[in-house]
Design a protein around this ligand. Structure first.
Ligand code: PHE
Length: 363
């Protein structure tokens, strides 16, 4: 019988040298498996004399146990090594400082469009759109704005060069052309708002060449001025979050509405600040009226059958009022400090806004 001692030394050395689980398992099968070297030795016991059995039996058992023990140890070692390797490779270095990311904010104009849209969609309006580069027909002619009207003057309106047919496009001076586009595109009744950019050749603390309006148009078979009044009052209450907001309808003139009115909101001017909802002063926020019969005829609607109202509201202006922003030009100066101060977080709940509802300004 082979020298058991040297066999143990040899196999133990191989076990210790096994470089991974597969190698270790192969070794276990080769030595201790059914046909392994040690198992074969065990089988030889059967052929031995009692004396020999007494001598080799315990030694073989001891060899088997010792090798099994070595395999278990090596297995544990390999598992630990594998785990350490994994930990090292997949390590997340939590000592690294966070990437220096800047949180953006929502521009007050975007915020005001969202709030206005929410209020009107709750009332049953849908949102319509039109192009900012508009045709003369939609911006002026179809709206009954005569050639001589000041809004058509070169110095008030941004015109594009004339095309071959002598037509010149304009940067729309108001959102009212969306009224025409809406009425020409589908059948009444209409109940739409159209927020968007508008352009006029104007620049001071409360005017910028590009500004924002929202248009509203309601046309149906029995719409009257009472609907218009309710709609505007309801909007003002919700937007300014003041239940008894004071509203005044002041007779006015627009070629596309008849009768026409301008809407003022009750406020007070104290120490150069405007406070909405108190005092005896008034601030204009929009133009409105019943859609002029001529406009209805221009889009082939019979004024005897269909009537309605329209209004156009300055979005920049009501944002300035609601959040106390004194200068309109800052809205579009892209100054990060301003945007951080007046911007909104995506999850801000508008009605919980902590901003003051007053604005520094002059009358
Ligand atoms: N379009 C007008 C303006 O820009 C506002 C307005 C819209 C007035 C709808 C009446 C009806 O001043």
């Amino acid at each position: 019988m082979q020298d058991l001692q040297s066999l143990e030394t040899e196999i133990t050395a191989n076990i210790t040298a096994a470089s991974d689980m597969d190698a270790l398992e192969a070794l276990r099968i080769a030595e201790l498996g059914k046909k392994g070297r040690v198992s074969l030795l065990m089988r030889e016991l059967g052929k031995m004399t009692v004396e020999e059995k007494k001598e080799f039996g315990p030694k073989l058992n001891q060899l088997k146990n010792s090798l099994n023990g070595a395999i278990v140890n090596r297995k544990e070692e390999l598992e630990t090594e594998e785990l350490n390797k994994k930990l090292e490779e997949e390590r997340v270095d939590i000592t690294l400082s966070r990437a220096n990311e800047e949180n953006g904010s929502i521009h007050p104009i975007t915020q005001v469009i969202d709030e206005v849209t929410e209020i009107f969609t709750e009332m049953g309006f849908s949102v319509a759109e039109g192009p900012e580069i508009e045709e003369d027909f939609y911006n002026f002619t179809a709206l009954n704005i005569p050639e001589s009207h000041p809004a058509r003057q070169m110095h008030d309106t941004f015109y594009f060069p004339e095309d071959d047919e002598g037509n010149r496009k304009v940067l729309r001076t108001h959102t009212s052309p969306v009224q025409i586009r809406t009425m020409m595109a589908g059948e009444p009744p209409y109940r739409i708002i159209a927020p968007g950019r508008t352009y006029r050749n104007d620049s001071d603390a409360t005017h910028t060449p590009m500004f924002h309006q929202v248009e509203a148009l309601v046309i149906d078979k029995d719409i009257h001025m009472g609907h218009l009044k309710w709609c505007i009052e309801e909007f003002a209450r919700k937007f300014f979050e003041i239940d008894d907001v004071k509203i005044r309808f002041r007779p006015s003139y627009f070629p596309f509405t008849e009768p026409s009115a301008e809407v003022d909101i009750g406020c007070s001017f104290k120490d150069g600040e405007v406070l909405i909802g108190e005092g005896d002063d008034w601030l204009e926020i929009m133009g409105c009226g019943m859609v002029n019969e001529r406009v209805l005829e221009n889009v082939n609607l019979d004024p005897k059958e269909y009537q309605g109202f329209a209004f156009g509201l300055g979005l920049d202006r009501i944002a300035m009022l609601k959040w106390g922003i004194p200068d309109l030009r800052d809205f579009f100066a892209a100054d990060l400090r301003w945007l951080k101060h007046y911007g909104f977080q995506a999850l801000d709940i508008p009605s919980l806004s902590t901003r003051s509802s007053s604005v520094k300004g002059s009358k």
